[in-house]
Design a protein around this ligand. Structure first.
Ligand code: GSH
Length: 198
């Protein structure tokens, strides 16, 4: 059985939501970052970055929420969390899965620190461009791949929920509100929300 190392009120939410969508048995291993559980040698052997979430699957261990999404979606194809190899939708699925850590995360850091960067040199351009691109992608919906829900929605949906609704770090837009509402209406999201509250 997979073990998910997590902590309430952290980015572990996306991995919790993912595991609930996957619908397979898994064990939650509370890793309390306020008490330094992420700095023990045992945990650092799983994730040398000392951050949650992380996942164990037998002898395999990994971290980084987007990588965990990709891994679990491949491990349980019956959950239909990723378009299969060869399906043209897989291109945009991978694009959005990488867009979370590659563009949204640094845009959020930039918004909160107000650090000026040359948008030509910065891989994410700037926060305005990141949120404009997301806005355009989400105006149709209901999901990033149209009618097909995928693990990319778990990454982008949980990121937007944190950035726009919970922490109000990024300005809201009608497409973001509709999308977050759609994410929040999923039973797996709701179960993860209850667990993540601690
Ligand atoms: N890039 C990581 C970020 C994970 C992360 O920053 N987790 C924070 C909690 S939200 C953490 O574990 N902090 C504990 C620490 O740095 O000591 C991911 O996407 O999974």
């Amino acid at each position: 059985m997979m073990q998910l190392y997590w902590c309430p009120r952290t980015r572990s939410f996306s991995a919790l939501w993912l595991m609930e969508e996957a619908g397979q048995p898994y064990e939650r291993v509370l890793t309390d970052i306020s008490k330094g559980a992420q700095k023990t040698p045992e945990y650092l052997a799983i994730n040398p970055m000392g951050k949650v979430p992380a996942l164990r699957d037998g002898e395999a261990t990994l971290a980084e929420a987007a990588a965990i999404c990709a891994y679990v979606a491949e491990r349980y194809p019956q959950a239909r969390l990723a378009p299969p190899v060869g399906d043209p939708k897989r291109a945009k699925y991978l694009y959005w899965l990488f867009f979370g850590p590659g563009c949204i995360e640094p845009a959020m850091v930039q918004l909160s620190t107000k650090i000026e960067m040359n948008p030509i040199a910065a891989g994410w351009g700037d926060a305005q461009r990141v949120f404009d691109v997301l806005d355009a992608a989400l105006t149709t919906g209901p999901w990033l791949l149209g009618e097909t829900f995928s693990a990319a929605d778990i990454m982008i949906g949980s990121g937007l929920n944190f950035a726009v609704r919970l922490f109000k770090m990024a300005p809201s837009r009608p497409s973001f509100e509709r999308y977050i509402d759609a994410c929040a209406s999923r039973p797996a999201f709701q179960r993860a929300t209850v667990m993540a509250a601690g």
